[in-house]
Design a protein around this ligand. Sequence first.
Ligand SMILES: C[S@@+](CC[C@H](N)C(=O)[O-])C[C@H]1O[C@@H](n2cnc3c(N)ncnc32)[C@H](O)[C@@H]1O
Length: 352
Amino acid sequence: MRWAYDAQTSPISPTEFLSPTPEDSYREYALHPAERVHAVFQRLWLALVLEDTGVLDLDPETLNTNTRPPGPNLFGGINRELTIGLWRQLRGDSNRPSKPVQASLDFLLDHPQVLISALRQSLLQMELNAKQHYSGDQPLGTCPFDASTRLKASPEGTIYCPREQDLSHQPTGPVGMSMLLAHHYKPRIGDLEWVEELVGIRPGQHVVDIGAGTGSYTFPLAERVGHSGKVLALEIDPSLIEYLEFMTLALQTPNVESVENLEEDLLLPDSVADLVLIVDLDRCSRLPSEFFSGTLGEQIRDSLKPDGHLVILRSYSTPSYEVYEEILAPKGLVLKAREQRLTRELLVFQQP
Ligand SMILES: C[S@@+](CC[C@H](N)C(=O)[O-])C[C@H]1O[C@@H](n2cnc3c(N)ncnc32)[C@H](O)[C@@H]1O
């Protein structure tokens, strides 16, 4: 079945839920289920429009078969700025989005199968979230690797993901793209200013961003350290490395280098880093006890310059900061500062 796209006759207007204002963002959470379904259809429709414009050569099976269980989406939504950009581009709107958004769009349109798969996963995730919300079951959290296993909280309170259960599981392309749709290039408001207040980020410094994802922190860090500085973006997901490299060229930030690290080896040189930053790694990947079970703690310590800092920035509900302290102290990284703001927690470690 072909879906014709006609901007004049289409019953669906993107403006209602695609508005980029924070008020609208909060409003979406309060939608009545029927409106939520409407929003889901809008997203699905966007996917089909992408196919119909010829931008995508979509295998209908991708949408029709349900071989994979509901997939990942960190925040149950698609990045608004990016989505609006897609709408505008497909409608021939002459308003150009910002340079990073345009670059991300170019990247996504170059990877159509992955994009469609990520959109589909987002739709399914939204439906699942809505069902749980209205049935009274509170979701424990979503795992971007495979939300089929909506996993139980561990004794530490962290969500287990398949990677913990099945070490052979590797993130795949759609997962990375789903993250891109949800987290595009923007750090959480105030996070980097907070790091600056506590440890400083200065031009010329070398920063390592572990679990860089879509570079939400990487690229703003690159602006701060400037041309004389450097940001090393470490990622385990190859599709995100591809995206980070693309964005590095598109944004002309030659001071960013992306490295696909290994589970057991961060591939970091010694004594290079003024700052090693880990943002929200425990949100979706390994428990700290597992992430640091090998020698990663020692590798991070060795990568720091003598007065360098390891900063862990996360949502503090799971697990307790003490877990990090207990794990890292024997590896020669001592907790120097800990602050909480709203739901966020910032931990600063240094060599004694
Ligand atoms: C929740 S995302 C956070 C991304 C980014 N730091 C941000 O806050 O926008 C966690 C990222 O960590 C990556 N990751 C998970 N385990 C990793 C590991 N052992 N080494 C490097 N990256 C890892 C995942 O692929 C994912 O992109």
